[in-house]
Design a protein around this ligand. Structure first.
Ligand code: PG9
Length: 609
């Protein structure tokens, strides 16, 4: 089926049942033409332009720039993501970025921006040149341009606001990655996102058009395990032909390569109104939109930076009704609400001067209570910090441990028997019907009985507990090895008996999570071995939530040391680069999580009371 203009990650989802099917009758009929737009260096970019046939007023442009095939763009009035805007009347522009699909030139994954004064091209100059051409060559335009897009297309939108064309009047970067070493698609806190990075590098760089890696296993858990050490990727499969994979190998630490690529480092001033969009259960880029919003807040003297966070997987707000994700119901069509009540009015205001736009600083879907909340600051300021401590016998409570001894819980972490990150079989990320999109909402009971996963939980709550804002895990941990990964999850445990929704009885819903690669505890630039059997504090940013743990539910914290094959296996014996580790470097280790007065492992929550 036609997939409209969507990212690699959204492709498989279009076959899903909860997609929007109802078509409203379009106000305009759109006709399209394809052009090759010349850039300043002579390279021409393929661009598909849709113009409403019977429009009387001059219209603004709405543009997306993508590595995912602009030809897929569908008549805007039949494209769920933008049809509410199509009925208002815009000139829609879809462009293949340099080197992808029908555009000329050389593709470079997340091409770094030119440094001040440097002459050349980057995604910002390509955006500028395209806008300039459109204004001069497409008749009937009102001189204003908006940009929008999800993920990679969100990132190209963000690049548009760097040295922007003066006609760029509104930009909505949605689920844009910000930093590929610290928190988005390729690494989190230095831990390498193996399955995504492997499959994505192949999909984008094996050819000029999207290509799926030909797995000969349905359960890729087994495929990645049989792969053995990471050096086998180039040795057996890629043969050093994929630039992104070669860069992963060449830059195992947070060096200049990653720092130059970081989007937030490029944001030093801004005069374009911005609508940032994030999904609570975004399986690819959740760190990105939140850190981009925060970076823009620091320079937001004109109050033109706004934020939307909904209960969504990566891009769910674009093509889905959004009334549920996996097994979790939200009781309203949150995707439609976004498209009709937020996205369309926001662009209409900034590009057409219509209505009031969308006035809240931050509109956030509060999970658990299933309510949209409006905040004048995000995260909200007046919150109280409360610490949840782990205790003996799997208990979790707001009371600090008083144990004077060396109290801890422990497990054996064995790299040859890693913990799956989701219920097996783990189909390839973008196979038809892949469960990748919803995995963050999967019931965590599937790991409950693993001896290498530790859980602590509160008693059933006597009142609702509303957690809004930042969450920080303070993990005091030791390994008998010399490197280790630490994965911390915050889980909402439903009561065993839920008469109105019996299948949710006892469900364990992850509401926050993160991984930290221990070698980076002092510096992401310069990894260091961990001293065996020494307790270290690992402050792990679990980002933000707005969630009500309902009365009768429990709060659970889980710790484990593998999440395979989402994260590559840590050898647990220190090697300078895990990309060149040998099979014999992978060793079992004893991992201890402390719960004493001196080393009180706890989670800091921001709560309302
Ligand atoms: N998450 C995808 C991505 C963006 C940027 C770089 C690499 C991957 C995407 O869905 O576009």
């Amino acid at each position: 089926m036609r997939t409209f203009l969507i990212s690699f990650a959204l492709l498989s989802g279009l076959l899903n049942r909860d997609l929007v099917h109802a078509q409203t009758s379009p106000t305009f009929t759109y006709t399209s033409k394809n052009v090759m737009i010349p850039m300043r260096d002579g390279v021409r970019l393929f661009t598909s332009i849709f113009v409403p046939s019977q429009h009387q007023d001059d219209l603004p442009f709405l543009m997306t720039r993508t590595p995912y095939d602009a030809v897929q763009s569908h008549d805007p009035s039949h494209n769920d993501y933008i049809k509410d805007m199509a009925s208002e009347g815009y000139i829609f522009v879809f462009q293949d970025i340099r080197g992808r699909n029908k555009s000329e030139g050389r593709y470079e994954m997340l091409r770094p921006s030119l440094i001040n004064g440097q002459v050349g091209i980057d995604e910002s100059t390509d955006t500028y040149d395209t806008i300039d051409w459109l204004l001069k060559n497409i008749v009937g335009n009102n001189g204003k341009v908006g940009m929008y897009g999800i993920s990679y297309d969100g990132w190209t939108t963000l690049m548009g606001i760097i040295r922007p064309h003066p006609a760029l009047k509104a930009a909505s970067p949605q689920a844009s990655p910000a930093d590929m070493f610290l928190g988005d698609d390729f690494h989190h806190n230095g831990a390498f996102r193996l399955s995504y990075s492997f499959e994505y590098a192949f999909s984008q760089e094996a050819s000029k058009t999207d290509t799926l890696f030909p797995f000969n296993y349905y359960d890729t858990f087994d495929w990645y395990l049989q792969l053995g050490p990471l050096s086998n990727v180039n040795g057996k499969y890629f043969h050093s032909t994929l630039p992104s994979w070669n860069n992963f190998v060449k830059h195992p630490n947070y060096d200049g390569f990653w720092q130059r690529q970081s989007a937030t480092a490029r944001l030093s001033s801004n005069n374009v109104p911005i609508l940032n969009v994030a999904g609570w259960w975004d399986q690819e880029d959740f760190y990105g939109p939140l850190s981009i919003y925060q970076a823009l807040e620091k320079i937001d003297k004109d109050k033109i930076n706004q934020l939307v966070i909904g209960p969504w997987h990566h891009g769910q707000w674009a093509y889905w009704l959004g009334e549920k994700l996996g097994n979790i119901n939200f009781n309203s069509n949150t995707g439609e609400t976004f498209r009709k009540e937020i996205q369309a009015p926001w662009f209409a205001y900034h590009l057409k001067g219509k209505g009031k736009g969308f006035t809240s600083e931050a509109v956030v879907f509060q999970t658990g209570s299933n309510r949209w909340q409006h905040y004048d600051k995000w995260p909200p300021a007046a919150m109280r910090v409360k610490n949840l401590y782990i205790h003996a016998n799997g208990k979790l409570s707001f009371t600090k441990p008083t144990n004077k001894n060396d109290a801890y819980d422990y497990y054996i972490s064995d790299p040859s028997h890693p913990v799956p990150y989701r219920n097996r079989p783990i189909e390839p990320t973008n196979s038809k019907d892949s469960r990748w999109r919803a995995w963050l909402t999967e019931d965590q009971r599937f790991v409950k009985d693993r001896p290498d996963v530790l859980s602590w939980q509160t008693d059933p709550l006597e009142d609702d507990l509303t957690v809004t804002g930042r969450i920080l895990a303070n993990l005091y941990a030791a390994t008998s090895g010399s490197d280790a990964d630490w994965i911390v999850k915050l889980i909402d445990v439903y009561p065993e008996n839920i008469p109105v929704e019996p299948t949710m009885g006892g469900y364990e819903l992850m509401v926050a999570n993160e991984v930290f690669r221990g070698r980076y505890r002092k510096s992401f630039e310069s990894p260091q071995p961990i001293k065996p059997n020494q307790v270290n504090l690992y402050p792990i940013d679990l980002h933000q939530i707005d969630h009500v743990f309902k009365k009768g539910h429990r709060v659970m914290v889980q710790v484990q040391s593998s999440w395979f094959p989402l994260i590559d296996r840590n050898p647990q014996s220190y090697v300078p680069s895990i990309f060149t580790a040998k099979q014999s470097d992978y060793k079992s280790a004893i991992h201890k999580i402390s719960r004493s007065e001196r080393f009180p492992t706890h989670i800091q929550l921001q709560v309302t009371e």
